[in-house]
Design a protein. Structure first.
Length: 205
């Protein structure tokens, strides 16, 4: 099956030699939802080119609470994954599929070769650092200066669905809180007319 990289930011301008290299070395993968791609502390052996689905990146403290760093979407690559693979260092976060995903992977040797082969791909990786550093700065600012009810409401409003099928535990994991605190905060938001709580779902008004 021919590889289509048009959905990636670098796809349209990638050098012909680099595209041919990816086509010759990339392997297609398909992974169901709720699977761990790599754990925090692992050294990644492959880099994912995500073409379908979503992957959640989060950091965890002693296996108890987690804080979501970002959601990886189709046409994107993960800087945590790339940095660990290219530099042979421990991944700073865990990656988990939150939907079924499809994509291509390049092994460690191939991604290092691509990095030296393609100026376009190098530029893309540096742009990823800038984007994710900005995301991280926003996350730190939100945690430090915003109240949980505001963070929770903003998080809900960013979802594409108006009625989310999600548990309070899953939201707690994304926001680095506890299920009890999230449940209490959601009830407060419901009293203020911001959401309606249903069994197994939350409707955002």
């Amino acid at each position: 099956m021919p590889i289509n990289l048009k959905q990636f930011p670098f796809g349209a301008s990638l050098e012909e030699e680099a595209f041919t290299f990816i086509e010759e070395h990339a392997k297609f993968i398909s992974i169901p939802k709720n699977n761990i791609l790599f754990y925090q502390g692992d050294i990644c052996e492959d880099v994912l080119f995500l073409t379908k689905g979503e992957v959640r990146l989060y950091i965890q403290d002693k296996g108890i609470e987690s804080i979501e760093l970002y959601i990886l979407k189709e046409g994107e690559q993960c800087i945590v994954n790339i940095a660990s693979t290219i530099s042979d260092t421990n991944a700073i976060a865990t990656a988990e599929t939150i939907t079924d995903i499809e994509g291509y992977i390049l092994n460690k040797e191939s991604i290092k070769k691509l990095y030296t082969l393609s100026y376009v791909y190098q530029s893309y990786i540096f742009s990823l650092y800038t984007i994710r550093m900005a995301d991280l700065a926003t996350l730190i600012n939100d945690i430090k200066f915003k109240k949980l009810d505001i963070r929770l409401l903003e998080w809900l409003q960013k979802r594409s669905e108006k009625r989310l099928k999600i548990t309070h535990e899953e939201i707690a994991n994304s926001l680095g809180s506890s299920r009890v605190v999230i449940s209490r905060t959601l009830k407060e938001l419901e009293k203020r007319g911001k959401v309606i709580l249903h069994r197994g779902s939350i409707e955002v008004l």
